[in-house]
Design a binder for this molecule. Structure first.
Ligand SMILES: [Zn+2]
Length: 260
């Protein structure tokens, strides 16, 4: 059988829950065909760990960003520090960044200014972006419109928004990534969205160590479970798992491996 190659478009290998276990996680991922991973930092305290992982493991593409959950804890120098990490890691992307309206509303203002600052920085450095969005798609689209989209490309990770926003997100230059959420029988909205995403904008991810696929008994999710996500996408889109692997690999490579 032809060997499959997967690109896990969004994960967090630096997560403390993997302490001492990352080598095994990566090896099981390799055995499942995961040849590249986008490892996303989330706040000033984990960017160094992401940079170190990328130095020791060539399959890890580093990404640095301030996640909306952590805006309240940022230091006065956060944006300078972020720029330093992006510049020192020329292959890196900007993420995980975005908007989350399931959080404390008192953070919404800071979320927006932090998000806009990071979109500007990514555009100035020519880096793709990885976006998180929960219950805030309307506002996200307004902010992207204000920026004129993301010329350098990027993705919305673990897409959970309505299908009718897919076209607008694509027009802003974004690809749409699906996670283990798609494997649940009741994930009707994600399935409806996946079915209409342009094939050259479809991505797969695990969001490890979170979002375990349906019926996964392990305590932590990991990149080897990309097979479950690809299987769900294959059933939803109506193409073989091999074709899902090939086209999502191609789509991810276009975003992540073009970084100068
Ligand atoms: Zn994430």
């Amino acid at each position: 059988m032809q060997e499959l190659s997967f690109f896990d478009s969004h994960c967090h290998l630096q997560d403390k829950r993997y302490k001492g276990a990352v080598d095994g996680v990566l090896e099981r991922g390799r055995n499942a065909g995961v040849r590249a991973l986008s490892c996303c930092g989330t706040n000033e305290n984990d960017w160094q760990a992401v940079a170190e992982l990328a130095k020791t493991c060539t399959s890890v593409v580093p990404s640095f960003g301030l996640h909306p959950w952590f805006v309240a804890d940022r230091s006065g120098q956060w944006l300078d520090i972020l720029e330093k990490f992006l510049v020192e890691n020329p292959m890196s992307c900007c993420g995980e960044i975005g908007m989350d309206h399931a959080c404390d509303p008192s953070t919404f203002g800071a979320q927006e200014s932090v998000f806009m600052d990071q979109l500007s920085l990514a555009a100035r450095l020519g880096r793709p972006v990885t976006l998180h969005c929960r219950k805030a798609f309307g506002r996200l689209l307004e902010l992207l419109d204000r920026k004129g989209g993301v010329g350098q490309g990027g993705l919305v990770h673990s897409y959970s928004g309505p299908p009718d926003l897919v076209g607008q997100l694509e027009q802003f230059g974004l690809s749409i990534s699906f996670s283990g959420s798609l494997t649940f029988p009741n994930s009707k909205r994600a399935q409806a969205s996946a079915a209409i995403v342009s094939q050259d904008r479809l991505l797969v991810e695990t969001d490890s160590p979170d979002i375990r696929p349906y019926l996964c008994a392990a305590e932590l999710n990991e990149p080897s479970n990309i097979l479950a996500v690809a299987g769900a996408l294959s059933r939803t889109v109506g193409v073989s798992v091999a074709d899902v692997a090939a086209l999502t690999w191609e789509n991810s490579s276009r975003i992540f491996l073009k970084v100068r």
